[in-house]
Design a protein around this ligand. Structure first.
Ligand code: CUA
Length: 152
């Protein structure tokens, strides 16, 4: 099915089909970005890195948590919010790269020195969530645990 010097017919068809497919995907991405206004979420903020960890109650059921990761703990090491609370997590590191993950939630950030990352979550069920460092950061890595306690 091939002539002497050209590309075989079937390969041409596959080539055309794959180019059309790639073109269609690009068109869909452009459509999503331009017409639907969908963009890849970013968690990086321009908040200035802070040194102090703290939980700020901004309104009933609304909190801002400024979390500092360091070798080998989180500051504050434990926070307490009431059930149904929405918490804005701002996360940074005092020294090296750490991870910041809250089990049972979608919060999963890197804790980076010099940068503040952000994610919001809502705690609907009472109980205790572990905050874990999921980036190997040295001999105390496995001890890097914090808690979010959700009161009824
Ligand atoms: Cu911090 Cu691993």
């Amino acid at each position: 099915m091939s002539n002497a010097r050209g590309i075989p017919q079937v390969e041409k068809k596959v080539l055309v089909a794959s180019l059309l497919f790639a073109g269609a995907m690009l068109a869909l991405i452009a459509y999503a970005a331009i017409r639907l206004g969908i963009s890849v979420p970013t968690c990086i903020t321009n908040v200035k890195p802070f040194e102090e960890g703290q939980l700020i109650r901004v309104a009933p059921g609304r909190y801002e948590a400024h979390m500092v990761a360091k070798k080998w703990s989180f500051l504050p090491s434990s926070i307490k919010v009431e059930r149904g609370s929405v918490v804005d997590f701002y996360v940074t590191s005092k020294d090296i790269v750490h991870g910041f993950m809250i089990d049972g939630t979608e919060v999963n950030l890197m804790a980076l020195p010099g940068v503040v990352n952000y994610m919001q979550t809502r705690f609907d069920k009472p109980g205790k969530h572990q905050i874990l460092c999921h980036e190997y950061c040295g001999t105390g890595h496995h001890d890097m645990v914090g808690f979010v306690e959700v009161t009824p």
